[in-house]
Design a protein around this ligand. Structure first.
Ligand SMILES: Nc1ncnc2c1ncn2[C@@H]1O[C@H](COP(=O)(O)OP(=O)(O)OP(=O)(O)O)[C@@H](O)[C@H]1O
Ligand SMILES: [Mg+2]
Length: 361
């Protein structure tokens, strides 16, 4: 299936609702044509509001929106030429799969032959070939979601907007549809904007993730940039698991955590109060007296150990009362048990320093 793709640009977009609530606060963002971009963030953080300003359902209080280089800020939704898939995909219950999909092509001046070719192509793409004559209620949830996708893709929109399209599906179907959506994106090359509050969906699908909190865009980057270089405590805690060592910066390379100096790489932060964040897989657990001069180490108490087949998850409690977790390959020998006092160690190059801002809930 051939399609063209368009970039999307938001310039300082703010939406203040009549109630006074700020839905989005001064959001600026450039999405390249053909990218798969995910809006990720907790409930109420402004993901849907931002998507709706791009769709045209919400008019920004200030700022502008461009699609394919054209300023569409005042253009109605129907003239923006976007494909849209919502959470409740609202298929027409009395129409067949074929007619549901054909609906998107009405009034586009296509020949009968072209209409039927496009429907066949798109149904093959979403793997619904053979089910054309069924009604929605004769389909599974995942199949219905595919019809909604086909209906949005059939007129080859340059941008496809999806707001939590998988949230009504059970976990197994969601995982399967996630793979399908990734494949469809590669096949059509359309720009995909996908909203979710599921971090695994965001990590698995996206070229880039836009992280929202409280109406603001906090960070934009590839999944690995967000995971490996979170720029705030919120980002570190929202995406993936973290061990957080809060303390005072005492020199250009040292933070004091519960009386223990910890080294960090990179420049000194702007604030005195900061936190070192370490992912579970970058921590090692050692006997309390197994010191290594090149590592940071803090004392910890093992509060629990869970076995997950390929790895063990070790829960610990640190000196300041905070809890953390680390992960050990289950193929290594289990040397510790619950209640042990141990040293938790890491290479300073495998941690990041962030401002001690507000933590994720
Ligand atoms: N029509 C509206 N009128 C008033 N306030 C609104 C309206 N729509 C959204 N809001 C508010 O704007 C903020 C952002 O809401 P939005 O729907 O964009 O969040 P979201 O990130 O999509 O959350 P969720 O994950 O729950 O869907 C919230 O505080 C919400 O209550
Ligand atoms: Mg929403």
């Amino acid at each position: 299936m051939s399609t063209n793709s368009s970039g999307v640009r938001l310039r300082s977009v703010t939406k203040r609702f009549r109630s006074g609530t700020i839905g989005i606060d001064n959001a600026s963002l450039t999405i390249e044509g053909g990218e798969f971009v995910t809006f990720l963030g907790p409930s109420g953080s402004g993901k849907t509001t931002t998507l709706n300003t791009i769709a045209g359902f919400v008019r920004p209080t200030s700022g502008s929106i461009e699609i394919g280089g054209r300023d569409v800020t005042k253009v109605p939704p129907s003239k923006r030429n976007l494909g849209i898939v919502f959470q409740n995909y609202a298929l027409f219950p009395h129409m067949s799969v074929r007619d549901n999909v054909a609906f998107g092509l009405h009034g586009r001046g296509l020949s009968k032959h072209e209409v039927s070719k496009r429907i066949n192509d798109v149904l093959t793409m979403v793997r619904l070939g053979g089910l054309e004559d069924r009604r929605p209620k004769q389909l599974s949830g995942g199949q219905q979601q595919r019809v909604a996708l086909a209906r949005a893709l059939v007129y080859q929109p340059p941008v496809l907007l999806m707001d939590e399209p998988l949230s009504a599906l059970d976990k197994a179907l969601r995982d399967q549809m996630q793979v399908e959506i990734g494949r469809i994106h590669r096949e059509v090359g359309t720009t995909f904007l996908f909203v979710t509050h599921d971090q695994n969906e965001a990590l698995g699908l996206s070229d880039r993730i836009v992280l929202f909190n409280e109406g603001r865009i906090l960070q934009v980057g590839t999944p690995s940039e967000l995971y490996e270089q979170p720029r705030s405590l919120f980002a570190a805690q929202f995406l993936g698991e973290s061990n957080v060592f809060r303390g005072r910066v005492t020199s250009a390379q040292t933070l004091e955590f519960a009386g223990v100096p910890l080294r960090f790489n990179g420049g000194a932060p702007a604030t005195k109060s900061a936190a070192i964040v370490v992912r579970p897989e970058n921590l090692l657990v050692r006997q309390a007296d197994e010191a290594r001069p090149d590592e940071n180490q803090v004392s910890a108490l093992i509060t629990n150990i869970s076995y997950f087949g390929s790895f063990r998850s070790i829960m610990v409690s640190y000196l300041d009362g905070s809890s953390g977790q680390l992960r050990e390959s289950a193929s290594s020998e289990a040397r510790f048990s619950r209640g042990d006092n141990v040293s938790v160690c890491w290479d300073p190059g495998r941690a990041v320093l962030v401002d001690d801002g507000e933590a994720a809930a």
